[in-house]
Design a protein around this ligand. Structure first.
Ligand code: TRP
Ligand code: SF4
Length: 405
């Protein structure tokens, strides 16, 4: 398959091994992955090298975190039949591409990535003035580009990294996709489409390049895609020719922005381990019920007959995620008129969360009891990922003039 066709069907995303996942991960990321795995070819990986960029002083927790996270992925419904799951450090090709890309990446591009300074400020107790930490976003670029992924589902905080990836890919294609006789080769290739098609292709190309008509570009790409008797190399030339670049070797990915999760933490802030306000996917029933029963409510409701305001209550945020319109109405009325108690109000949430967690926990238990099966799934994912990664690297080595022997 040619680069552009691959790009349009492939999704890649990664997660740092942070241990057991919670409802925030589930609603924010995992449900989205589960959906995507049925629509695209998905590569999902554990970013263990990324964990080392910030936790190099205490690597002892990484291994357990990796397996805890993978079990939670599987429990949440990521299926090895649909998605390739693997571990970054088991596909060392990422590191080679990272090295090669570092040759062409201006230092200033990395220094101006917002997370570089932000995280150094935030994690003051850690020395993050390391080369690895500066290079982190470029490692992420290599993660993405090595699979020629077109779509990268990420949260807001990662968009700048995908943007960097696009710039690096553009620079790479610009530097290495230019064959000396590129124009001529592209025109020769177009001829193989037949006169009529070639003419259309040139027309759309002009509309895109002169007027920025993105629709025209899409039509032209589809036309090119459908050609049967053009070689992959020629197609790649023509895709590049359409966009005004050289041959496209590394396609530019798009960030698939994950809608900010509505899932709040137990205290109404964002659910996060560092705020200690989480419900983990594998918290047992009693623990979940206790956490919810003791979560704070509108402080105005000291007594049962003090009226409250759901707008000031984290429990209401949970209702917005879990409850029907009728139940929401019941909460609004009951809270404002003090006709329901807070424990009563929480009961539907407790039921809904437990019901949501039940199938997840059942699956988690199965996988926990059979870690060799989990490891086999990851081993297979590693191998499948490596195969793809190797092919890309071969092209990159060729383009950069080091494909000898
Ligand atoms: N940096 C991401 C995070 O902290 C994890 C990550 C690493 C990633 N490489 C990636 C995400 C590639 C998407 C694509 O969440
Ligand atoms: Fe919150 Fe419900 Fe109590 Fe109102 S009744 S304060 S919404 S828990």
């Amino acid at each position: 398959m040619n680069t552009v066709a691959i790009q349009h069907q492939r999704v890649l995303s990664g997660m740092r091994p942070t241990g057991r996942l919670h409802l925030g991960h589930y609603h924010g990321v995992l449900k989205n992955w589960v959906q995507l795995q049925h629509e695209y070819e998905c590569f999902l990986f554990v970013a263990d090298w990324h964990a080392l960029t910030t936790h190099y002083e205490d690597p002892s927790i990484i291994e357990q975190s990796v397996w805890d996270m993978v079990v939670d992925w599987l429990a949440a419904g990521i299926s090895p039949g649909s998605a390739k799951m693997f571990i970054q450090s088991k596909v060392p090709e990422h590191a080679e591409l990272y090295t090669l890309l570092s040759m062409i990446t201006p230092l200033s591009w990395l220094e101006r990535v917002p997370s570089y300074k932000d995280q150094q400020e935030k994690l003051k107790e850690k020395d993050l003035a390391t080369y690895g930490f500066l290079g982190y976003p470029l490692l992420q670029s290599a993660d993405i580009l090595i699979y020629k992924a077109g779509m990268v589902p990420v949260g807001e905080d990662q968009v700048a990294h995908v943007e960097l990836t696009r710039e690096v890919a553009r620079r790479f294609n610009h530097l290495y996709g230019r064959e000396p006789d590129f124009e001529e080769k592209a025109k020769q290739a177009a001829k193989k489409m037949g006169k009529k098609n070639a003419k259309m292709l040139f027309k759309y190309r002009k509309e895109y390049q002169e007027k920025g008509d993105v629709e025209a570009l899409k039509v032209a790409q589809a036309l090119l895609e459908s050609q049967q008797n053009i070689s992959i190399g020629d197609k790649e030339r023509l895709f590049g020719y359409l966009e005004g670049s050289g041959k496209i070797i590394l396609p530019e990915p798009q960030a698939l922005l994950t809608p900010a999760s509505k899932m709040p933490g137990l205290d109404g802030q964002k659910m996060s381990k560092s705020y200690n306000n989480t419900i983990a996917l594998r918290d047992d029933t009693d623990n979940v019920a206790t956490k919810l029963r003791t979560m704070p409510t509108d402080p105005a409701r000291v007594r049962r007959n003090d009226p409250g305001d759901p707008g000031k209550c984290p429990v209401w945020q949970f209702h917005r995620v879990y409850s029907s319109a009728d139940t929401c109405q019941w909460v609004q009325d009951g809270c404002k008129h003090a006709t329901i108690g807070c424990l009563e109000c929480k009961q539907p949430i407790i039921d809904a969360v437990l019901m949501e967690l039940k199938p997840i926990q059942d699956r988690a238990r199965e996988y926990e009891g059979d870690m060799s099966a989990v490891k086999a799934i990851i081993n297979e994912g590693n191998a499948a990922a490596r195969e793809v990664a190797r092919d890309t690297l071969e092209e990159v080595r060729k383009a950069m003039g080091i494909a000898y022997l």
